[in-house]
Ligand binder design. Structure first.
Ligand SMILES: [Zn+2]
Ligand SMILES: [Zn+2]
Length: 597
């Protein structure tokens, strides 16, 4: 147990996310178990060791996935994806490394889902391709998961779980608790098992006037706290925000104001999954005699799902109008609800902004409402779309100017409330970048939690809990990013990415050489082809010189009797690299193609 460390604080936690590594060093479960303290027979039953293993979601916002392991049984909480970072060229999505779950698939009893956001469910099909496991989720999240599974041609045992439900999964007694968040049916989980009780908040906020009227179940959370919670895992996203996150009711007020004062066409961009907010847009539209058209694939999908699940039960079908039939409606009688609030290039709103939308042509005085805030990293593309809208003389309403959006995550005062109700033995900040986790750890410490009982961890670490003791086993398993590119999962590694980066920055030069197999002489002049390197027309001289470099390389190899493919390739590559760098200070990828005829 060389890596075990009972101190929490930043010392053992300042590993960078990029340091997440695959290592066997921590895989010493047996020896760790041997250190269980001797207790009286009575207490022995409840002194079982258990582990909490985050595979994703720490030191990042994305790919949340946490395991609870006890008595040779594993329960998974959430299985999300992350969006690729800027430097991940061509990567579609990033998922957790499931190696540990694949190696221990016989122990895995179930996967419970807190809510239907992609950072909690996006990895599900990729996990189910590897192992078979029953999935438990609330109706909306399950609807979204089912849709994904269909797309991937997968199926699995599925169970709907709702707030207040208690289910037994293996030895785990799971209870779903009502919370509030920016998507319907969000749940926190209490998980009890021999020797332990874990409370996982999921993504949450405390909203006393949510649009669906279902307030977070604080009284049940308090009771669970009274029963004793060993480890609290809690959303850290807004740990830096002072005070309270405003209620969704605030959005309702702003929307009313907009609808009361505007008699032009209103186009609202928001997150498709915020079903209750979308329902409110529809209700407000109905009140003002407007029909609703929906645009964008994910918006259409979620809308169909919400109707199917009964979220839109009191909305008559007659208020909806097909996006292809909006032409004859007066502007004051139309609301368009669309995807694209994040400036996504192919989204409906972006296509409208750039005149590429088949059915919607924007016109002067249209009102576009962004009922969203930029996800970090998207600011630039969003502002490009906004500028484009301004060019069209469209009126743009942003959340920064009017309360047309509120966060779905708890601010510091709400976090304090949860800590005070749960009073956990140990605390693990979850769901946040490193700075969020640290800030949340400080908040917990200020509330009286000793530093030695707060564990800021990295993906792939394990928190081992044994009665009153807990410690981190660093790098217990892999917490690496697994990159998905098209159909390939994990086949693009760091060397491929490096190559893509070089290609994107400096381009490519191929050098074709045809050699007479018998004489060893050149059959034709060497040919250079470039892509993304320099503008060929203006650089004829440079390319001519480059050809003479190739002649020299071949001459050199010929003199040394090393005209074999490997030596020739190596020499051309190295000489060409030196020449190009000296002339241009660039490092394109150089690919010699040698043919013997
Ligand atoms: Zn969420
Ligand atoms: Zn989340």
């Amino acid at each position: 147990m060389a890596n075990t460390n009972t101190n929490n604080n930043s010392n053992n936690s300042n590993k960078n996310k990029t340091n997440n590594r695959r290592t066997a060093a921590g895989r010493n479960k047996k020896s760790s178990r041997a250190s269980a303290p001797k207790k009286s027979p009575k207490s022995k039953a409840v002194q079982a060791t258990f582990k909490v293993i985050p595979l994703g979601g720490l030191k990042e916002i994305g790919k949340n996935c946490t395991l609870i392991e006890c008595n040779n049984e594993i329960l998974i909480i959430d299985c999300g994806m992350a969006f690729p970072e800027y430097e991940m060229f061509g990567i579609d999505i990033v998922i957790p490394d499931f190696t540990y779950l694949i190696e221990n698939s016989h122990k895995v009893k179930g996967l419970i889902i807190t809510h239907g956001h992609e950072d909690h469910i996006g990895g599900v099909p990729y996990l189910l391709k590897e192992i078979s496991v029953p999935v438990y989720a609330s109706p909306l999240a399950m609807g979204m998961i089912s849709h994904k599974l269909e797309e991937h041609g997968l199926s699995t045992e599925r169970h709907i779980i709702k707030a207040g439900d208690k289910v037994r999964i293996g030895d785990f007694k799971v209870e779903a608790v009502q919370t509030n968040h920016s998507i319907a049916d969000s749940l926190a989980y209490s998980v009890k098992f021999p020797g332990g009780h874990i409370f996982h908040t999921g993504d949450f906020k405390v909203d006393y006037s949510p649009l669906d009227g279902k307030v977070i179940d604080l009284s049940r959370i308090a009771q669970l706290g009274d029963e004793g919670v060993d480890v609290l895992l809690c959303d850290s996203t807004n740990a830096f925000r002072q005070g309270y996150t405003p209620s969704e009711a605030v959005v309702r007020k702003s929307i009313d104001e907009i609808f009361n004062n505007i008699d032009r066409r209103i186009i609202i961009a928001t997150f498709a999954s915020n079903v209750h907010r979308i329902k409110y847009f529809i209700e407000a539209s109905m009140k003002h005699g407007r029909k609703i058209a929906v645009s964008g694939r994910s918006m259409e999908n979620v809308m169909a799902l919400s109707k199917e699940l009964g979220y839109m039960d009191d909305i008559p079908e007659s208020v909806f109008v097909d996006i292809s039939k909006i032409k004859n409606l007066p502007d004051k009688n139309l609301t368009i609800i669309t995807t694209g609030s994040q400036g996504e290039p192919m989204s409906a709103l972006t296509r409208m902004a750039y005149d590429n939308h088949k059915q919607v042509k924007l016109k002067k005085n249209d009102v576009v409402v962004f009922s969203s805030s930029p996800i970090p990293g998207n600011e630039k593309v969003i502002s490009q779309v906004v500028n484009q809208l301004y060019e069209k003389r469209v009126e743009v309403v942003l959340a920064s100017a009017m309360d047309v959006h509120v966060s779905g995550h708890a601010s510091s005062e709400e976090l304090k409330l949860i800590h005070t109700l749960i009073r956990p033995k140990f605390f693990m900040p979850a769901h946040g970048e490193y700075r969020h986790l640290i800030e949340h750890a400080k908040l917990s410490n200020r509330l009286g939690q000793p530093k030695t009982r707060i564990f800021v961890m990295s993906n792939g670490d394990a928190l081992e809990v044994n009665g009153k003791k807990a410690s981190i086993i660093e790098s217990y398993t892999s917490g690496e990013d697994i990159m998905v590119d098209g159909y390939g999962v994990g086949d693009v590694g760091s060397s491929v990415l490096k190559e893509r980066k070089t290609l994107s920055q400096s381009g490519l030069i191929t050098v074709s050489v045809v050699i007479d197999q018998v004489s060893g002489g050149l059959m034709a002049e060497p040919k250079l082809n470039t892509k993304g390197f320099v503008y060929v027309q203006e650089n004829q001289n440079l390319l001519k010189q480059a050809v003479s470099v190739v002649y020299n390389s071949i001459g050199k190899c010929s003199d040394e009797h090393t005209l074999d493919e490997a030596s020739l390739t190596r020499t051309i590559k190295s000489d060409m690299k030196k020449f190009i760098y000296a002339e241009t200070k660039r490092n394109p990828v150089i690919i010699p193609v040698i043919m013997y005829v």
